[in-house]
Structure formats: C-alpha cells, structure tokens
Design a protein around this ligand. Structure first.
Ligand SMILES: Nc1nc2c(ncn2[C@@H]2O[C@H](COP(=O)(O)OP(=O)(O)OP(=O)(O)O)[C@@H](O)[C@H]2O)c(=O)[nH]1
Ligand SMILES: [Mg+2]
Length: 404
C-alpha cells in the first residue's frame, strides 16, 4: 500500500512549487512504482526512515542467521508516498468551473488531502480574490468539496420495492449526511458509528478524507515561529474549529510526533532550495530557521499520524536473486494501518503471503539492533512467533513464514 496525498487548494497558493520541490526527492527507482513516469502530476517520494541504513548494516555484517553470504550491500527500499499535484480550485468547481471536474476526480483518488493555504504576503504574486485571506480561502475550497459531496449524495435514490437491509441503511445515512452537509458540516466531522462509517465509505465522499492544512508562509513568517503559530490558531478559531477537531476525531497520543498532526507550515519556495542541497547542508540551512526537518518530511510524518499509519520492516535476502554470487539482501519498510493483523501485513508484501500465511517471527527494531540481528535475538528469546490474530505494532522487524 502506497500512501497517496493530493495537494489541493486555491489557485496560485504554491501547490506546484511545493510539488516541484518534492519531485527533487522522487525515488530513484521510480520504475517500481506505478504512475511515477506516466503521469506528470504524480510524484513518488520516499518516507524518511533512519532505521533502514542501520538495518542494512546489520544484514551486511553477515548476520549468520540470514545464511546469506552476501557479496553486495543490501538494497534499501523505503516506504513511499505518492503526491498528486492538483489544479487550483475556484468557486464553482463543483459545477465544473475552472478545471473543476478534473480537480474533483483527482482528489477522489487520494487517501488524504494536503490543503495548501497561502499565508505569505507578496504583492508580486496575484491572489485570485485580490487579498490574502486564509479563512475565506479555506472556506471556499471546503464549500466546493461539500457541494461536490452533496451532488454525490443526491445521486443516491430512495430504495424502492424489494430493497435489501443494506440499501435501506445506506439511504438513511445518505439522508443524515445530506442534512449535516446542508449545514456546512463536512462528512468527516459528522459523528458516525463504525457501521455507519463502513456504509459511508462506499460513497467515497471528498470531505470524508483526512486533511492536513499546509500553510505556505513567507521566510519572515517562518523565522517568527510563535507569531505564525498564533496566526494559524486564530485562523482555526475564526473557522470555529480547533485543530484537534479538524480530522473529526480525537488525536491518538501514541501517534503524535509532530507539533500538530492537523497542520504544518512551510515556505514552498524555500523547500525547493533546501531539497537541492546535500543532507548535511540541509540541516544547517533549516537550523537557521529553527527547523529540524524539511517541510516535506514533516508533511509525510503528519500524514502518517493523521491517517493512523505505521510501518514494519523486513530484512533478509531478496528472493529474486537466485545465483549465490548475486545474492543481495534487502531491507525494506512497509506501510500498514494501525490495527492490521499479521496475515494482512504479509499481504502487503504479496497477496499470496496472506493466503498462505503460517506464522510471523517478530522482533522489536530496538532489540534487533541491540542484538545485532536474528541469531542473538532468537537466542535471547526476543523473537516472538505469532499467528493469525496478532495485531502488528509500529517499529517491528518481521519475517513471515508462508506455505506454498
Ligand atoms: N513569495 C512567495 N511566492 C511563492 C511561494 N510559493 C509559491 N510562490 C509563487 O506563487 C506563484 C504561484 O505558485 P504555484 O506553485 O504555481 O501555485 P499553484 O498553487 O500551483 O497554482 P495553480 O496551479 O494555478 O492553482 C509562483 O509565482 C510562485 O513562485 C512562497 O512561499 N513565497
Ligand atoms: Mg499548480
């Protein structure tokens, strides 16, 4: 599963500038990923992951447990995120204004929306409504999304004659959603129980998608972090919605990694400059602004926490390298949703793995590193063999046993 994020927002707010920055980080082995070379508006970016080189070192060290006798350094395959550069949205997009339909169909495909909001003042850059007004911009975009959803809902007709229980249930929810959206409430902010949520899912409503607000700020605003944060708080206040409520549910403290999972701020232009630098220079450059990481990395991490995603790691021999002389290890990160069971996690690697799942050997990453690989970890009883009901946790090194 690749995480997909659509970069959406008003025209001329810096979406493509941000997208072009992230293209600089496009994975070198893009051929592995669909779209990367076909669609010009899709970029595949690595999920930053410090664990992978550590893991690669252990595997290359000839962990005897892997019985590899590897001659080459293991390859590193991070998890990936697909970014979609979506055309600017104007009033009336839901009725096909501007690039309306194209905009909406692109946004339908993504798992989450990065809603870029212009905060930077620059008289040289035209704003479509002639003034920088983030509250009104957010409202415009969200109103169009709501209108598009209402159009989707209105296509659902009352079941007639011999309707199934499911059809009747779905229609009840459709009516409930219509009422809420009439009041300007987005689908993700409507209280739904699990059953209702499952039913709504098939409608693929745009306002059901989690949103990360990406405030595009000036360099000045970037330096004045406190002031900028206050400004953003004020925007949320005016929208009558606290960041905590924006994603529709309470934040999960376990997943909390960033300042705030619902929004980040960055300077899209600066992101371009930064990503052209070497990793070391990047750090120094960011430090001048009191930042630890690029906006892009913060965006990816925020997306992970907002979407409730975690990752597990595999470290072993690449199954495709048959000849002993060409044997090469591979360490790789895989994305799963929190709560995924072991067989489904195996299925992320290969659908057959899920079908023929027998068990999984699991060791916390920390133990794996401390004990320098599988062998010692097994000796000291840190490797757990788990079955079909095991709920995967974050930060585990996994070896699946599958039958044929
Ligand atoms: N001063 C300043 N200008 C920016 C920044 N980000 C983008 N711009 C400029 O704003 C203009 C529009 O940027 P784009 O990235 O093309 O905007 P967009 O959101 O993709 O626009 P559409 O695709 O038309 O919806 C360009 O001239 C950028 O150079 C920024 O952080 N600061
Ligand atoms: Mg653009």
């Amino acid at each position: 599963m690749n995480l997909s994020i659509g970069i959406a927002g008003m025209p001329n707010v810096g979406k493509s500038t941000l997208f072009n920055a992230l293209l600089k980080k496009t994975v070198a082995y893009a051929a592995n990923y669909p779209f990367a070379t076909i669609e010009p508006n899709v970029g595949v970016v690595e999920v930053p992951d410090d664990r992978l080189p550590v893991l690669a070192n252990i595997i290359a060290g000839g962990d005897p447990g892997s019985e590899s006798g590897m001659t080459q350094r293991p390859s590193i395959v991070p998890a990936a995120v697909e970014f979609y550069d979506i055309a600017g949205l104007v009033k009336g997009a839901s009725k096909g204004e501007g690039l309306g339909n194209k905009f909406l169909s692109h946004i339908r495909e993504v798992a989450a929306i990065a809603h870029v909001v212009r905060l930077f003042e620059d008289p040289g850059i035209i704003h479509v409504s002639n003034k920088v007004d983030p509250v009104s911009d957010i409202q415009t975009v969200e109103t169009e999304l709501i209108l598009a959803d209402m159009a989707t809902l209105s296509k659902q007709h009352e079941p007639k004659g011999k309707a199934s229980k499911e059809e009747i249930f779905l229609y009840e929810i459709v009516q409930k959603m219509e009422k809420k959206m009439d009041e300007g409430i987005m689908a993700r902010n409507v209280q739904l129980d699990d059953e209702e949520k499952a039913a709504v899912k098939q409608l693929n409503l745009l306002t059901m998608k989690p949103v990360i607000y990406v405030f595009n700020v000036s360099e000045n605003q970037l330096s004045n972090m406190n002031e900028t944060k206050k400004k953003i708080e004020e925007i949320f206040n005016q929208l009558d919605r606290h960041p905590e409520l924006v994603s529709g549910s309470k934040r999960d403290p376990d997943l909390h990694r960033d300042d705030d999972p619902s929004y980040i701020y960055l300077n899209a232009k600066l992101e371009n400059d930064v990503l052209a630098l070497s990793e070391e220079d990047q750090k120094a450059y960011l430090k001048e602004y009191g930042l630890e990481e690029t906006g892009l990395n913060r965006l990816i991490k925020t997306a992970y926490s907002t979407l409730g995603l975690i990752s597990f790691l595999t470290a072993g021999e690449k199954s495709s390298s048959a000849k002993a002389s060409e044997r090469r290890g591979e360490v790789r990160a895989w994305t799963i949703t929190k709560g995924t069971l072991a067989p489904q996690a195996a299925g992320v690697i290969h659908t057959d793995f899920e079908k023929h799942f027998i068990k999984a050997d699991i060791v916390p990453f920390k133990d794996f590193v401390e004990l320098d690989g599988w062998v010692k970890a097994r000796e000291l009883g840190k490797v757990q063999s788990v079955g079909k009901d095991y709920v995967m946790k974050d930060d585990e090194v996994v070896e699946f046993k599958v039958g044929v």
